[in-house]
Design a protein. Structure first.
Lengths: 247, 111
């Protein structure tokens, strides 16, 4: 068992709001420079660049989890993390069936680029990825979990697109196994501010990087046997000597 | 004006069963969808107009003491939300019209 420094929330050029420098080889280089062991690729309602980042990290010590930052029907952002590209693709198909059929307005929102491991252009995603799907929060968590993934409501303290901003209170029956607080907030501060948060709800942080310098600026240290979803899930419960802590 | 009078005058749909809160006296209104805003801004006895249908609206309505919740634009409301509202005595109404038109109806009634 060892400590894995993990940044489980970052964007690539597939997110219209990300900088054009968020290319697989550069993301991997900066992540390694920052001493990260694990990153998750979490574009808005999209997973298509996860494979390129995984390939870009091949042969390096960096482990890349395919993921997504889903926006639910309520307009709550949720990190959806998986072990394999197959799981991510299955989840993507479910999300695509619940995404409004709107075209991306490149002038207004920016381009959504699918790239290869070298960062070279493959295609432009024409569908509007930013914005809410029609998937309710509870259903999103259940569907991600059913596919072997881990669902973590993102930046819960944010007024817009954060669970507590949108829904006011932590829903008492929510099956989320952890929550992410914004980079500018310590988990201890979040517990002070939101005293109604369940005491046993694990809180993590991640960078939500939209530009290279943001990568790893905040992170979570997991003590694990291996960088897998199953191990991270156990670490969130502090099971068997595993742990999750924000340094 | 009571919630039941507004219901009769507007033709909005009553989603919850007949609850004592239909007798609530209404004092003005409040409009927001971010529940963190509603928790901070809504006042007791107001009609709260929203598009949000997550079951947390019931907890927020209880917390703020609003007279009733008016879900606008005919938004779909899950059975879990209706059930929680019934349990907690929170009246859920639904208007088919958009928020602006729905609020105008309330204002026309003198609220």
């Amino acid at each position: 068992m060892r400590v894995y420094r993990a940044d489980l929330h970052l964007h690539t050029v597939l997110s219209a709001c990300a900088e054009v420098e968020m290319l697989p080889p550069l993301i991997v280089t900066v992540a390694l420079q920052r001493g990260l062991d694990v990153i998750a690729v979490t574009d808005h309602n999209a997973t298509a660049n996860a494979q390129a980042v995984i390939e870009a990290a091949a042969g390096t010590p960096l482990h890349v989890l395919p993921g997504m930052e889903l926006q639910t029907r309520e307009e709550v952002d949720v990190l959806c993390l998986f072990d394999t590209l197959e799981q991510a693709a299955d989840w993507q198909a479910f999300v695509d069936a619940h995404l409004p059929a709107l075209a991306n307005d490149v002038e207004r929102f920016g381009p959504q680029y699918i790239v290869d491991a070298a960062g070279d252009f493959v295609a432009e995603d024409p569908h509007l990825r930013q914005g809410p799907t029609t998937i309710p929060l509870e259903a999103a968590i259940a569907e991600v979990t059913r596919r072997g993934g881990l669902a973590i409501p993102a930046h819960i303290d944010r007024r817009v697109k954060g669970l507590l901003g949108v829904l006011g209170l932590w829903p008492p029956d929510l099956q989320a196994e952890a929550a992410e607080v914004s980079p500018n907030l310590r988990p201890s501060q979040a517990r002070q501010r939101y005293r109604f948060l369940p005491a046993d709800l694990p809180l993590i942080t991640a960078s939500d990087a939209h530009f290279l310098d943001g990568i790893g600026q905040v992170l979570t240290e997991f003590t694990l046997n291996a960088p897998t979803i199953a191990e991270i899930r156990l670490a969130l419960r502090s099971a068997g000597g595993r742990s999750a802590r924000v340094p | 004006m009571k919630v039941k009078d507004v219901l009769a005058a507007t033709g909005w749909e009553l989603l919850t069963p007949t609850l004592p809160a239909l007798e609530n006296e209404i004092q003005g209104g409040y409009v927001a969808d971010l529940l963190s805003c509603v928790m901070a801004g809504a006042q007791p006895d107001q009609l709260w107009f929203t598009l949000q249908t997550h079951s947390n609206i019931v907890a927020v309505a209880s917390l703020t003491g609003v007279a009733a919740v008016v879900i606008c634009e005919g938004a779909a409301v899950g059975a879990d939300t209706v059930q929680k509202a019934a349990e907690q005595g929170v009246v859920l109404l639904r208007s088919a019209a958009p928020v602006y038109e729905t609020v105008k109806q309330a204002i026309a009634l003198g609220l």
